[in-house]
Structures are given as C-alpha cells and as structure tokens.
Design a binder for this molecule. Structure first.
Ligand code: Q9C
Ligand code: ZN
Length: 696
C-alpha cells in the first residue's frame, strides 16, 4: 500500500486575465514547480499516479448551494469584462473561463484521494490542485478558493464510508474560515487551523479566527484556532503547536460530558453523559505552504523539512490514513521543496533534521497558551495539565473595523537566509535498509513485513569481546553472540546503511548491552545520543556528563535522580498518562536535543504492551530522523517484535485501545519534571513567560 498522487494538468489552465496585485500570486506555475521538483527528486515515480476527474454535481452539492454551483458553471461562458465584474463581488477571487472545470477537478481530486485511501488502494496521498479550497463557503468564493475541496472530501468520507471522526489539519497560513463555517456545529469533524492573525490585523480580518472560537452547539470544542500574532514563526513554533495543542486533542478519546440544558432543572435526574470521543478515522490536511519560509503572504520562517516532521507526526493517527490537499503556497521554490518534503514523509522516508536550535518564541507560546485555555473546558487532557489559564484578551481581535495591514517586505537578510536554507541537497541519503532485526529465532517465525530485514551479520569476535570485557553479564556465549549482532547493527545505522533496528539481548545482559551501545555510539562519532530507558535499567554510573548523552528513564527506580541530562518518571499506568509522557516530555526533549541516534531500551519489567512500544517508537522516529535502535529482551514475543518493527518502518501504530485518563499522580510527576527541565529544554513550554502559571 503506497502513496497516491492525484493530479491533472488541466488544473494549470485557470489564471488571472487582468492586473490585480492581490491575486496574481495564485498562478499556474505553482503546480508545475511542485510537480517538476517531485519528478526531479524521483518522488513522483514512487507514487501511485491518479489522474484527477471532475467532481460530480452531487459531490460539490455536499457543501455548496445549487445556486452557487450554477453561478460558477455560468462563468464558463462569460467575457473577460463580465468575469472581472463577477470576481469583484468576492474578496480576493478571480474567475477564468476554465475556473469551473479546474475547480471541479480540484474537488474531484480530493474525493478520489479519500476514495483511494478509504478503499485501501493506497495508504495515504497528496492531491496537487488549483484553485485552492479552504476559504470557499456554501455560497461564496473567497481568497482564491472556489469549491471547498477538503470540506467536500470530508463530507464524502462521512456519507459514503460512514466515518464519524475526521480530523482536518489546516497548516496553510490563512484561516480556512470556509471549513470552519461548514463544520462549526459538527462534532464529527475536528477542524484545527493555525493562521497569521496579528491580533485581527491580517486578512481575512475575522473575529472568529481567534482562539476563543471553539465551535457551536454540539460542535463545541471541535473547532481549534491557533492564531499567530507575529510573523516569523518557525519550526519550533509549529512543532510546539502540534505537540502541545493538536496531538493531545487528536489522541484524546474521552468521556467528555456534554450537559444538555435539562440539567438545569434540578429535579430531573441528569441523563448519562454523552460520550464524545476523538481518535480520528481519517486525517485530511489543508496543505497550504504559504506557512513556509519565503512566502510573501505568510512571512513565516518554517523550513521545508518542517513539513516532513508535521506529516510524519500526523501519520501516527488514524492508522496512517493521511490525505493532503494543496491549498496556498506562493513562493515557488519554497512551495516545491515543501511539497517534496510532504510526499517524502508520506512515502515513509525518514524526516531530515531541522536546522537550528528549536526554541519557540514568546509570542507563539502566548498563542499556544491561549488556545489551550480556550479549549480546556472541552478537552480533559488540557484541563489536567493545569494549563487552563484565562484567555489573554490580547489575542482577541479588536472591536470594529480592522486597522490597516502593515506592509512587511522581506528584507535582504531574510532572502539570504532563505536561499541558504533552500540550498539543496543538505540531506543524508535514505539508507537502503529501513529496519533490521537481529534474531534469536528463525526469521519465518516472525513473519516480518517487507522492508524489515533479518540481520545475520555480527561484529568481529575480538571486537565484541573487547567491548564485553568490563561486563560480567556479557561473559556468557549467548550474551556475547547477541552483543556481536547489536554492534554490527549499530554500526550499520551510524554508517547510514540501515535506518533503524531492533536488537535482542538476554534479559540479564540488558543493562550492560545498553551501556556498550552508548559507548560504541559515542566512539563511532555520535554527537548527541538520546537514550530512552524503560523499566529497570539504571543509567550507567560512568557516563560522561559532557552533554553528548541524554538519559530519559521511564519506570525505573532512580525516580529522584534528575539533571537536565538525566531525568526519570514512573511508568504511567494509563493511556492518557502514557500519551502525556510522550507528547509532553519525551518528544519535546527529543526535539530540543536533536539527537543523531536514539536508543530505546526495554529493560526488565518495562511494562509496555506492543502497542505502547510501537507508539513510542513511531513518534521518536520523527525527531530521530529514523535513526532509532530498539534494544529488547530475547523473551519478547514475535508479535511484539513485529509490531515494533512496523512502527519503526513508519507504519501507524495500532490503536491504544480503551482510553483511560491519566491519574492525578501521573500528571503531577510529569509536571514536576517538566518544571525542572523547562529552563534547558524550551520545547517543553506550553505558556508564555509573562502570563505563565505560577511555579510551585
Ligand atoms: N496581503 C490561500 O492561501 N489576500 N488564499 C490577502 C493580504 C488573499 C489566500 C491579502 C489571500 C488568499 C488559499
Ligand atoms: Zn493561504
């Protein structure tokens, strides 16, 4: 099951026929630039190619009024002067005689993509379309958008496949108010959008783009707006938004009680709480790349690689069913590179490292805090973390008409930064082998998926013995044999032959094997090694404190031990606690540290089920750029190894099963540790300094 690319060259037909500086950026070259780079990088050839078809009247009618569709149909026969007059009736829209055809193809492509993924013909995919869709409304074109492609695709998924939990992630830099309006009272569609807002001074100047617009009626809590109040948001800000806002909500499957008004009558017994859950069955991405560096509209700083990370983080949801549909993106080079990064991530290639230190800016943290505050009444995972702070009034748009937009021209300096960041190639090549597994049982027993290879090779006997010598537990033949394989695998990862791997060791030798793996990794040139140790595995005492090794213990006994390079938490006993641990601790620290190798060691009494381990591995794989070595006991079941191997390969981990909210103790333990680590690992922050919660 691969990645689908849906396209039709007719979508380059529509273009602006007259002078209009506001609209000229939405040009046919957007599609050709993206497609050409996809071809040059050999990515298009790796996808299942689908030729877009026109959406049917019924499909467009899922979202738009018949009168509006008829009006757009009539534009085919209008003269240029008439097109101009009609265009002027909408905000930032142009019509062309081919607009109707293109808009039908764009909507059709989105529907086809959803069909391919929901019938199992493809795992995920991208529809490369114009005109874009997310601003368009039931009876109105807006912001270059004619038909709302993503909204139509979501309605289609609901009607034809009976889905009732769809996540729409709108990472375009404009607020997709069209999607928000269409689903604002619909709890079966969670709409998340971040957007340039500048306290309401940026187009489309809507109050309802602010964080306190959370949806209506039964849909309350299913509209999530994250307004950016400054330009220049970058990789750290976008990742923080995913880790601290979007993903906690997307994962939450909760008994959110919605209280009907009858509860106000105290003599009637309250009805049982309606269970609202969100754990999406499908992820649709309104994939606009005007949020990337260089874009004249967005004026943001996120580099193209960031979109590989965002895409891969989403792939842990909904069994990996991610359908991305192009929206905006007006800097041709930045757009093309970002599209390539998205497709590469959909194809499960490891994500390239992100440039620069990852520290979210103060304004981003204020925005994140305000949306967490606004959403806290609707989402228990947010409420629990004690971040339900009062919505800062500064994030609401001012009353009355919006102040004029301040022009923001890219400076010469920004242009230089951009050209160096967009300089290609600066990536390591994708290793030929995706996942290698050292085996103690015949390969056939494991029924490994394609892409996962059994590893037969071993380090030379003498080398293995040298590394084993200081450790009594590695003296036995069996342990020595396992260590030889582990060393071989580790070298394969560090040399770029293998992306990730699983190495099995006899349980009594687990701690020693991990110690050797760390030392060997360092001597092999690893600059930053993140070690996530589960169960009874103590940090080796002689570990150099030179900043090259970061140790995160989960469920060990040294719970008290804590420095910025050595932190431990008890193993959460609930799904909610485990998720908070991954999203609120492990990933932010991993992103802050930017390791070149991650060791995940499952020691004695690690307590993880296969699906927990798979989720941890699938998510750590993203900041690790794929380079994860999992160490586990030889007694691990074939099923466990197989599940873990699939996750390391980039497949979505299995569902976590019945969702249990984190216990207050689990939350407290995490909170204490975060407070302690935050000064060093800024990606842990969920609130701005000025309005932050009181430190205990
Ligand atoms: N300089 C999409 O990205 N112009 N539409 C705003 C502010 C309209 C953007 C003017 C931008 C529409 C799909
Ligand atoms: Zn946009």
């Amino acid at each position: 099951m691969g990645t689908t690319l849906v396209y039709h060259e007719d979508m380059t037909d529509t273009r602006l026929l007259w002078d209009d500086p506001e609209c000229e950026m939405e040009c046919p070259e957007r599609l050709t630039a993206a497609l050409t780079l996809l071809q040059q990088r050999g990515l298009e050839q790796r996808c299942l190619r689908l030729t877009a078809r026109e959406a049917s009247e019924a499909e467009v009618g899922l979202v738009h009024s018949p009168e509006y569709v008829a009006l757009v149909r009539r534009t085919q026969a209008l003269s240029e002067a008439e097109l101009r007059v009609l265009s002027a009736q909408y905000d930032a829209v142009y019509f062309h005689p081919r607009t109707f055809h293109c808009a039908l193809l764009a909507a059709g492509a989105a529907v086809q993509l959803v069909d391919a993924v929901l019938t199992g013909a493809a795992r995920n995919g991208l529809a490369l379309v114009r005109p874009p869709g997310h601003h368009s409304q039931r009876a109105a074109a807006n912001g270059f958008c004619v038909f709302n492609n993503v909204a139509i695709a979501a309605e289609h998924a609901k009607q034809k496949y009976g889905l009732h939990r769809i996540l729409i992630v709108d990472w375009d830099i404009h607020h997709g108010q069209g999607i928000q309006y269409i689903f604002e009272d619909d709890p079966s569609v969670l709409y998340f959008s971040w957007h340039r807002y500048e306290h309401g001074r940026f187009w489309p100047y809507l109050r309802e783009s602010s964080a306190d617009a959370v949806g209506q009626g039964r849909g309350r809590g299913f509209t999530v707006n994250l307004p950016w109040n400054q330009v220049g948001m970058g990789n750290a800000d976008y990742l923080a938004a995913f880790l601290h806002v979007l993903l906690p909500l997307a994962f939450e499957v909760t008994g959110r009680a919605s209280l009907p008004s009858s509860i106000l009558f105290l003599d009637t017994p309250p009805p049982p709480p309606r269970l609202l859950q969100f754990d999406p069955e499908l992820v649709l991405v309104s994939a606009g790349f005007d949020s990337a560096i260089g874009d004249p509209e967005g004026q943001m700083q996120a580099t193209p690689e960031c979109f590989a990370h965002l895409t891969q983080l989403l792939q842990v949801l909904a069994g990996g069913r991610v359908c991305a549909v192009l929206e905006g993106g007006y800097h041709l080079e930045s757009l093309a590179q970002s599209v390539c990064m998205t497709v590469q991530a959909l194809l499960c290639d490891p994500a390239p490292p992100l440039p620069g230190p990852l520290v979210p800016c103060e304004s981003a943290l204020e925005s994140i805090q305000s949306v967490r505050g606004a959403q806290a009444p609707h989402w228990r995972s947010l409420r629990q973390q004690g971040a339900a702070t009062v919505l800062s009034p500064s994030t609401c748009s001012p009353e009355g008409s919006p102040p004029p937009l301040l022009p923001g021209e890219p400076t010469c300096e920004a242009a230089a930064v951009l050209s160096s960041l967009l300089d290609w190639p600066h990536l390591r090549p994708t290793p030929p082998i995706h996942v290698a597994v050292t085996l103690s049982v015949p390969a056939a027993t494991l029924a490994l998926p394609p892409g996962v290879r059994p590893q037969e090779g071993s380090a030379p006997r003498e080398e293995t013995e040298t590394w084993a010598r200081p450790h009594e537990s590695l003296a036995q033949d069996e342990a020595l044999h396992a260590l030889g394989k582990l060393l071989f695998l580790l070298a394969g990862i560090l040399d770029g032959q293998v992306s990730s791997g699983i190495a099995a060791t006899p349980a009594p030798a687990a701690a020693a094997a991990l110690d050797v793996a760390i030392q060997r990794g360092l001597s092999h040139g690893a600059q930053r090694l993140l070690c996530v140790a589960l169960g009874r595995l103590d940090r080796p005492l002689d570990l150099a404190d030179d900043g090259r090794v970061l140790w995160l213990g989960i469920g060990g006994e040294d719970v008290a031990a804590s420095s910025v390079l050595h932190a431990s938490v008890p193993l959460p006993g609930t799904t909610g606690g485990f998720l908070s641990c991954i999203l609120g601790l492990v990933l932010p620290v991993a992103y802050g540290f930017q390791p070149d190798l991650v060791l995940v060691a499952l020691g004695p009494a690690h307590g993880l089920q296969a699906r927990d381990a798979a989720l941890l591995a699938a998510m750590l794989r993203v900041p690790a750029g794929g380079r994860v070595l999992a160490l586990l006991g030889e007694e691990s079941s074939p099923q466990f190894v197989r599940t873990l191997a699939c996750a390391l390969q980039g497949e979505a981990p299995p569902n976590l099963g019945p969702f249990l909210m984190a216990s207050p103790e689990e939350i407290q333990a995490l909170q204490d540790l975060r407070v302690h680590l935050e000064p060093r690992w800024k990606m842990l922050q969920v609130a701005g300094e000025a309005h932050g919660q009181q430190r205990p």
